[in-house]
Write a protein that binds this ligand. Structure first.
Ligand code: AMP
Ligand code: MG
Length: 467
C-alpha cells in the first residue's frame, strides 16, 4: 500500500537537510502520472488522489519531507550554500529488485534554502523536464525520471505571470558533487564521511570493500560521468547548466533547466540564455565534467589519505584518467553510430556535417538507409566521398544495428516550445503526442513532422532556466 517510504537520508544528522513540508497549493490538477514508472517502483496509489499527493497538498503515509543542503560552483563561481530551494524529498522507495529511489517534488514551495526565490516552478520547465527526462530514459541515457506533473492553480511571477506547476522527480539519489563540496568547505570531516558512506551504499557498494573507499568511489563517479557525457554527445544533447550542484554522483542526468538538443551540427552550439560565455556549449561538456570531477576529488581529499600530498597524488591520478575514459566511451558511441570501428571515420563525418550544417539526428539516422542504396543522390561531393569510404569500410553492421543506436526522433526544441505554448492554454495534446512518440525514439513515427528540423521561423534561439 502507498509508497512504502524509507527515509535513510532523514536518518543522517540534522545538518544534512532541513525538515520541510511542501507548501500546499490552491487548486492542484493532475497533468500526467507515469503509471508504468509507479508500478516499476512498487508505488500503489490506490485510494490516493494523485493531484493531492503530487502537489504536496497531501503527504503520503511514511513521508518525512526534507530539503537537502548542498553547495556548488555555478558557472565557475563558488556558492557555499545552495540547497533545495524549491524541491522537497518526500522519501525513498525500494523497487522489486531492491534498488532504492528518491521521490522528490520540484516547485513545491519555499524552503530554508530558497534565498530570494519563491520555491515555485512554472508549467513550461515542468513539462520540458517531464518530456526530456522520459525521452532520455527511452534513448538509453542515465537520467532522473518523471513520475508526475501537476498544475497548482496558482500564478508564478517571472518576467510575466505564468501558470504554476510541480514535477515529481525520481532519482537513484540527489547526492551531487555540490553535496560533497558543502561538507568539505565547512571542514566537516564527520559529515563528509557519513555522506561518502551513504553514497557508496546507495550507488557503488563494492567501493566499501576497496582499500581506499573514497578513492574507489571517486573512480566510480569518474567512470559514470565519462559514460554519461559520451551518451549526451551521441544524441546531440546540451545540458546547459553543468554546475557542480547539477552533477549527480550516480552518473544520472539531473536538472533539466535550459537543456536542449542540437538540430544542425555545430560543436559550439549553446542554447541557454544565461550561458553567455558558452561555458557549457556542446563540445565543452567533457571538459566541464572533468572540471566538476576535479572539484569532487578535491572535496574527498581528507578521506583519501591523511597525508595530504599523497591524497592529492592519488586523486589527481584518478581525475586524470577521465580523459582516456571519456575518449573510449565517445569512440564506443560514435563508432556504433556509423557501424564501423574507425574513430577517424566518425570524426570525418562530423567535420563534413559541421561544414554543411547537417542535421545531427537525421544524418546519422539516414545511414541505415544508405547501406544498400545504389548511389547517393542529392549529396554534396564531400559527403559523397565520405559515404563511399564508409560503405567500403562497413563490415557486417546491418540497418537494424544502426537504427538501434541512431534515434529517429528526439525532443526537438521547437516541438518542446510548441508543446509549452499549447499547454499554457490548457491543451495537452502535443505533450501527449510527444510523450507517445518519444517513448519509442528508435522507431520512425507515423507523424514524420516530429523528425523534421525546425523551419527557419521555428528555430529556438535560446532556452531559459525557468527558475
Ligand atoms: P538550478 O539552477 O535549478 O539548479 O538551481 C540552483 C539553485 O537555485 C538551487 O539551490 C535551487 O534550489 C535554487 N532555486 C532555483 N529556482 C528557485 C526558486 N524558484 N525558488 C527558490 N530557489 C530556487
Ligand atoms: Mg540544480
Amino acid at each position: 500500500m502507498g509508497f512504502g517510504f524509507e527515509n535513510t537520508y532523514a536518518r543522517l544528522p540534522d545538518r544534512f537537510y532541513a525538515a520541510q513540508s511542501p507548501v500546499p497549493v490552491s487548486a492542484p490538477k493532475l497533468i500526467k502520472l507515469n503509471t508504468a514508472l509507479a508500478a516499476a517502483l512498487g508505488i500503489d496509489l490506490d485510494g490516493l488522489d494523485p493531484a493531492l499527493v503530487f502537489s504536496g497538498n497531501q503527504l503520503p503515509q511514511g513521508a518525512e519531507p526534507l530539503a537537502m543542503a548542498y553547495a556548488g560552483h555555478q558557472f565557475g563561481g563558488w556558492s557555499p550554500q545552495l540547497g533545495d530551494g524549491r524541491a522537497i524529498l518526500l522519501g525513498e522507495v525500494r523497487d522489486g529488485a531492491g534498488k532504492t529511489w528518491d521521490v522528490q517534488l520540484k516547485g513545491s514551495g519555499r524552503t530554508p534554502w530558497s534565498r530570494g526565490g519563491d520555491g515555485r516552478a512554472w508549467l513550461g520547465p515542468v513539462l520540458r523536464e517531464y518530456v526530456v527526462s522520459e525521452a532520455m530514459a527511452a534513448l538509453g541515457v542515465a537520467t532522473t525520471r518523471a513520475l508526475a506533473a501537476v498544475t497548482t492553480g496558482e500564478d508564478v511571477l517571472r518576467e510575466e505571470v505564468l501558470p504554476g506547476a510541480i514535477v515529481t522527480r525520481v532519482a537513484s539519489s540527489h547526492v551531487r558533487v555540490g553535496t560533497f563540496q558543502y561538507f568539505a568547505a565547512r571542514e566537516d570531516l564527520e559529515g563528509l564521511e557519513l555522506l561518502l558512506n551513504f553514497a557508496i551504499e546507495r550507488h557503488y557498494p563494492d567501493a566499501a570493500r576497496a582499500e581506499t573507499p573514497a578513492l574507489s568511489f571517486l573512480d566510480h563517479v569518474i567512470e559514470a560521468q565519462a559514460k554519461l557525457v559520451a551518451s549526451w554527445m551521441g544524441i546531440g544533447f546540451i545540458h546547459g547548466v553543468m554546475n557542480t550542484d547539477n552533477c549527480a554522483v550516480s552518473g544520472e542526468t539531473i536538472d533539466y533547466g535550459p537543456c536542449a538538443f542540437m538540430d544542425n551540427y555545430h560543436p559550439d552550439t549553446v542554447f541557454s540564455s544565461i550561458d553567455r560565455q558558452g561555458r557549457y556549449a556542446y563540445s565543452n561538456q567533457p571538459r566541464l565534467a572533468h572540471w566538476n570531477l576535479a572539484q569532487l576529488a578535491s572535496s574527498l581529499l581528507p578521506l583519501i589519505d591523511a597525508d595530504s600530498d599523497r591524497a592529492v597524488a592519488l586523486a589527481t591520478a584518478s581525475v586524470d584518467r577521465f580523459v582516456a575514459l571519456y575518449q573510449a566511451e565517445w569512440t564506443k558511441v560514435f563508432t556504433a553510430k556509423i557501424g564501423v570501428d574507425d574513430v577517424a571515420l566518425a570524426q570525418a563525418l562530423l567535420s563534413a556535417m559541421e561544414a554543411d550544417g547537417a542535421d545531427f539526428t537525421n544524418t546519422f539516422r539516414a545511414l541505415s538507409g544508405l547501406i544498400d542504396a545504389g548511389e547517393f543522390t542529392g549529396q554534396a561531393a564531400a559527403r559523397n566521398a565520405w559515404l563511399l569510404e564508409w560503405r567500403a569500410a562497413l563490415g557486417d553492421a546491418t540497418a537494424a544495428d544502426l537504427d538501434a543506436v541512431n534515434p529517429a526522433v528526439i525532443p526537438r526544441n521547437h516541438q518542446i516550445e510548441k508543446m509549452i505554448t499549447q499547454a499554457r492554454s490548457g491543451n495537452y495534446a502535443h505533450f501527449e503526442n510527444l510523450m507517445d512518440v518519444l517513448s519509442r525514439p528508435f522507431e520512425r513515427p507515423d507523424d514524420d513532422r516530429l523528425t523534421k528540423p525546425p523551419a527557419p521561423d521555428e528555430v529556438v534561439q535560446a532556452t531559459f532556466c525557468g527558475t
